[in-house]
Design a protein. Structure first.
Length: 95
């Protein structure tokens, strides 16, 4: 019984070694390669940058508020302070 277990264990270890040392097999197993990871991260960052505009639309702000928030975010959002101001303005509800 113990010999059978050791034999099977060696078989799995050999299979694992083949998988680890065979780069083609590893690339087939991976779901995302480096290009798709970068693309997904870029999409997330773009959505995060335009988050104040998206929030102002979903908070049903007045149209001129959405326009002002969009201008602040697009032109001053890269300064982080402008992005925070646009985020604060986008959370003000219509009143």
């Amino acid at each position: 019984m113990i010999l059978v277990y050791i034999f099977n264990y060696n078989k799995y270890v050999d299979l694992l070694k083949k998988l680890l040392y065979n780069k083609n097999m590893i690339n087939k197993i991976k779901i995302f390669n480096n290009k798709s990871k970068g693309f997904i991260i870029m999409i997330i960052l773009i959505l995060l940058y335009f988050l104040p505009i998206i929030l102002s639309i979903f908070n049903h702000n007045r149209k001129y508020n959405i326009f002002i928030i969009s201008i602040i975010n697009i032109f001053f959002g890269w300064t982080i302070i402008g992005w925070i101001i646009a985020l604060i303005l986008s959370n003000i509800k219509k009143g």
